[in-house]
Every structure is written in structure tokens, then in C-alpha cells.
Design a binder for this molecule. Structure first.
Ligand code: URA
Ligand code: SF4
Length: 187
């Protein structure tokens, strides 16, 4: 584990720890407030993120931004990262070996941000962070305390694009996030 962002960022440049390095355009490290109280964890970059090097800038990201706005979360005040930092080809789910290879970067990001609340966006984030025994349908909207961090799983924003009815759940889960912190900005 690295003690500084500079060392961590340096360590990921040209990473070839898994096969996703062969097809990526850009490593999508993470974005936002490095002292955030709330951290969001997604799955992995899509085509837009791969092109621009920033998480959640495509269709799902725009929807997430709108939901943020609706409840009063400022994107620049939270920290946003993914389970894998390189795009899985054709937007397939990241495979087990890819998640395992990449997870230390995320652990280090969590160690440096020290968030109070981690929002797990979808099944891949949930299972890789809390364990394979968790399912997203049963877990979303729950508040799970572990080692001083509050975890709140919710739908992945891309799921809202496929199923409109999940939008209200997503908004409610974001409200739950805000209710679990006295404020949403810096610690
Ligand atoms: N979906 C994700 O899980 N992460 C992104 O950064 C974009 C889409
Ligand atoms: Fe390295 Fe993660 Fe990219 Fe794999 S997905 S090459 S482990 S940065």
C-alpha cells in the first residue's frame, strides 16, 4: 500500500497486471474529492470512460449526475472509482482474475480517502467489496456497517437505463446515503 496519491498513481501507469491492459485506451483511475466523506464504487469503464480516462462520463454517468442533482449531491464533493480500472471489451463484466488483479488499487484508494460511507453501485462492486454471498436485489437499500465504514449497496446506474422502475429506488438509496452522514462534503 502506498501512503500518498502520487506514489499510487505512479504505480498504476502502464499497469499490465491483467489482460484488460491489452485492449484499453486509458486507465480510468478515479475522480473527485480525495477527502470525501462519501465514495462511490462502480464496475469498470465503458467506451466513453476508456476514451476520456474518467469514470461515469457516459450515458449511465449522466443519469447518475442527474440523480445526484435531484438529491443535492455535488459530483465534485464525492470520490468515484471502479472495481477495474481498464475497460472490459464489449462492456462485458470484468472476470474474476481481472477483479482480483485490480482490487489492490481500489483498496489503496479507500485507505487514502478514508470515506465514512461507501456506495456500492451494482452486483460487481457489491460482491468484490463485501463478498460473493451478497446479492444486489436483497442488499440494495440496506445499511451495512463493517470496520468503521458504512456500506450502502444500490443499483448500478446502467440498470436504470434498462429498467425505469429502478430509478425511484436509486433516488431513495441516495437519500439514505445523505441521511447516514451529517453532511456530504469533506470530513
Ligand atoms: N459503469 C461503471 O461501472 N463505471 C463507469 O465508470 C462507467 C460505467
Ligand atoms: Fe492493471 Fe487494473 Fe488495468 Fe488490469 S484492469 S491492467 S489490473 S489497472
Amino acid at each position: 500500500m502506498y501512503e500518498t496519491w502520487e506514489e499510487l498513481e505512479q504505480s498504476i501507469v502502464n499497469c499490465n497486471k491483467c489482460k484488460l491492459c491489452k485492449t484499453r485506451q486509458n486507465i480510468v483511475f478515479g475522480v473527485g474529492n480525495r477527502n470525501a466523506k462519501i465514495m462511490f464504487i462502480g464496475e469498470g469503464p465503458g467506451a466513453d470512460e476508456d476514451r476520456l480516462g474518467e469514470p461515469f462520463v457516459g450515458k449511465a454517468g449522466k443519469l447518475m449526475n442527474m440523480a445526484f442533482q435531484a438529491v443535492g449531491i455535488k459530483r465534485e464533493e464525492v470520490y468515484i472509482a471502479n472495481i477495474v480500472k481498464c475497460r472490459p471489451p464489449a462492456n462485458r463484466n470484468p472476470e474474476e482474475d481481472e477483479c482480483v488483479a485490480c482490487l489492490d488499487y481500489l483498496r489503496n484508494q479507500v485507505m487514502l480517502v478514508k470515506p465514512k460511507i461507501i456506495v456500492l453501485l451494482g452486483s460487481v462492486a457489491l460482491k468484490n467489496v463485501l463478498g460473493k454471498e451478497y446479492g444486489i436485489t436483497a442488499s440494495r437499500g440496506n445499511v451495512i456497517e463493517k470496520k468503521g465504514i458504512t456500506y450502502i449497496p444500490t443499483w448500478h446506474p446502467a440498470a436504470l437505463l434498462r429498467d425505469e422502475s429502478k430509478k425511484i429506488d436509486f433516488i431513495n438509496d441516495l437519500k439514505l446515503v445523505l441521511k447516514n452522514g451529517e453532511y456530504y462534503g469533506e470530513k
